[in-house]
Design a protein around this ligand. Structure first.
Ligand code: FES
Length: 90
């Protein structure tokens, strides 16, 4: 979903809806491979892995194993469905 200049990944796992910045902090690829069981999203470019709940980087990019994971987290957004609409708090 694109809101203003932000591209936000919105996904639902069970009853919970997650929203996070969809642009990888490594080289700005668009995220998209969600693992619903592990509640993670993997970057398709170099396989960095992010936690859906916190946005933190769990695994560094495969091409940059020393990438500072603590600085590579993604912004998260509160998301809810209200009256059939998806509402994102930005
Ligand atoms: S652009 Fe996402 S891991 Fe490199």
């Amino acid at each position: 979903m694109k809101i203003d200049d932000k591209i936000i990944l919105i996904t639902k796992v069970g009853d919970k809806i997650y929203g996070l910045d969809a642009v990888c902090t490594h080289a700005r690829c668009i995220l998209g491979h969600v693992d619903f069981n592990k509640k993670i999203v993997k970057c398709p470019c170099h396989n960095a892995v992010y936690d859906l709940e916190t946005g933190s980087m769990i695994e560094a990019p495969s091409v940059a194993p020393n990438f500072p994971k603590e600085k590579g987290g993604l912004k998260t957004f509160n998301v809810r469905i209200e009256g059939g609409w998806i509402e994102v708090e930005i």
